[in-house]
Structures are given as structure tokens and as C-alpha cells.
Design a protein. Sequence first.
Length: 448
Amino acid sequence: MDYLRLAQAVVEQVSRKGVEAEALIMAGQTTMVGVNKGQVEQLSQATPKGLGVRVIKEGRMGYAYTSDLSPQGVEESWRDALTLAESADPDEYRSLPQPQPIEEEDLALYDPALDTVPPEEKVALAKEVEEAALSLDPRIVATIRCTYQDEAWHIYLANSRGLADSYERTVTATYLRAVARDEKSQVAGLGVGLSNFYGELDPTAIGQEAGKRALELLGGKPLGTQRATVVLDPFAGAELLFFISEALTGEAMQRGRSFLLGKLGQKVASEAVNLVDNGRLPRGYASAPFDGEGVPTSLTRVMEGGVLNHLLYDHYTAQKDGTRSTGNATRGSYRHLPRVSPTNFYLEPSPLSREELIRGVEAGFYVKSTLNTGGINPVSGDYSVAANGLWIEKGEVTKSVSGVTVASTLGEILKNITVIADDLRFVPFYGSTGAPTIRIEGMQIGGK
């Protein structure tokens, strides 16, 4: 079936009713594999597909979706959207964006070879990841949630303003936690692999990463309560940046739900801080040629030299602020309306290596894992997490640390970032947020 033509046909039918119309069709294939102790605990494949129809009539919006792409199912869907629009409240800022030229560029998002990989090979890869962790050291006694998953999507979008375009993308990922145990303690370490291309996953490296991260935390003891330098590894840094990114959208500012409210154009961070949202990052987990409502994606320099220069917008929030969309309308599936959110959001790295950054620390806590139980708040700016990691003394790692909390505010953290390393890494558990190793001064450590 020609899904782009179907989307255009839906728009043509609905537009005859004197309304603005948009049709999104997504067709995909997904795989999930879970293994434990060499045995397959989960193996599932699905081929989801569906249509979402948005209708706007004089500022009133209706949305309906269906997985039934038969003529009857399609018609019922767009008629439902029309009915919902009739009863909605009007909003002067509700409209569809005008089409803009979409740059022809290979963003390296799609792996055609993924379709040829049989399920048995994906199972074998997951087992290899687990075995790489378990065989690393006798103290690695178990794994938790050793998982392989992939997605292949074909996205088709059309609207009554003349947009009709499509793209395709694939994502593959493997992750697990390895459990290390000695006579005094038990800890877990995370290993992750993520790529648009199946052949780039390295099962040995992923499994060993989990094992090594667990082993280095064995025997950890609490620190005394103190204010000290803190170093966040990319996993902890990505978590921090994810919550900061939530405060940097036009919607967050318009609703008064940002700790940076009223700070646009002001210096809010140290000069070392350059925050970027790049929807056109080659091989980016959240990259696309256009966003969820057809606006070309872009690179937005949110902060430069610590100055908050730009916010992230979709079409609706841009209309409210009298500006242009940055191409940040995202949609989780055809079931969802577009909403403004980051794409590939990251802190720009420096040329300094992680090892050089650590050598420059006289005394500090190197955070390797965190547990956030609601202690990070992008509205109030509060930051408090339980943390495990390593202690640095005179530029050398000297002991493992556990059972402490690290606290500050997001505003103070941004101001006290002094050194950034070169090891930028994207962590899939926080959207598509990337961080290098980060040094922060003067954070509160709560311990014994």
C-alpha cells in the first residue's frame, strides 16, 4: 500500500469540510528479546501500524487515531476527529505550519540490513552480551534484564497546507545490569549499546562494561557529610541534562514551569556550558528530516558560553510567543498529538580527556550511578539523588563510595560546571540526551 498517498487522500477528503487537516501514518516492525542465565525469557515481534488525523476548525482541534487502515476504518477516524473539533474550545494559536523546504541530507538513520537479521541471531547476540558480563570475573554472579530490542519505522505525513513527505529510521539497543558480589557487599553496574545500525552493536563491550562498572563499586562505604567537587560520568550527567532540558521549552516557560523562567538572554551557567539540541545529528537516536508536524528539524544552540539564548518550540508554542518553530514537535506514535520536547540534547564536549579531567581533581566524588526518587525537579530547580561512585584524591581514584546523597540546585550546578571532558555519550533511558564527563564545584554530599 502507498501510505503517503493514503495520507494525502485523507487530507483531501477532510479538507473538503472547510477545515485544516493533517494525517500521520506510521508502519513499523519491532523485536524484543530478554535472556537470563542463558535462557530466553522473552521473545516478541510486532508490526504496529496506524493512522492519526488532526483537524483544526477556526482554532478548535480534534484528534482521532486508528490501527484499522481499511477504507471504513480510515473514514471513521477522520469523521471522529471532525466531531471532536466541533466540540472543542477555540484557541487562536491553533493552526498547522506552512510547508518549508526540507534539506536533502543523509542523516544515516536507516539500516536496511536489519530486516534480514533472523530472530535467532538477535537471541544469540543477547546471550553473548550476558555471557560477556558473567565471564568477566568470578565476582559477577548474575545479570538483571539483559535485553535486546530494535525498531524499524516508516513515517508518512501530509497536511492541507501542501506538505507530503516521509522518512524511515531504525534503532537497535542492548542493555543489562551485571551484579557483582563479595563477602561484604553486592552492587550492580549498567552496560548499554545503542545504534541505528545493527552491525555496530558490540556484545562483548556491552557486557563487559556492565561487569566493570559493577566491580569498581564493590566494597563502597559512605563519606562524611561535606561540600566537595563532584564529577558526573556520562550516565549521571545525561540524567541531569534530561531534567534541565525539560525546563528549556517554550511550553515550560509559558506555563511558568521552569526554574529558568524569565532568564532568556541572561547568563545562567558558567562559560564552559554550551547546550545544544540537534534534530539533524547524523545517526542521532532522535534525528529526523522533519518533526512531528512537518517542520524541518534544526540545530538550536540553547546555551552558549553560559548564556540562555534560545528555547525549544513546536508550531503552537512558537505561535504563542510570536516566533518560529525550532522543529521540536515530537510524537511517540500515531496515537499521540505532537508536543514540544528535545531531540538530541547534549552538552558540547571539550578536547580534554576524561583521564585528564580526573587528574585535575585534588579531592572529589566521582558519581558512577544514581537513584532519583523524585529529587530532580525542573520547575523548582531542586536536585538531590542517592549516589554510588569513587573517591578521587590528588588526581587518583582511591576507593569506592556508596550510600551517600548529592544535592544542590539545577541553577547552581549550571553555574559551577568548571571542566567538561571529550567523552560525549548518549544514554537512551533519558530520551536522546548526551553528556560527557562533567566536573562541578561545591556540591553538598550527605553521608555518615
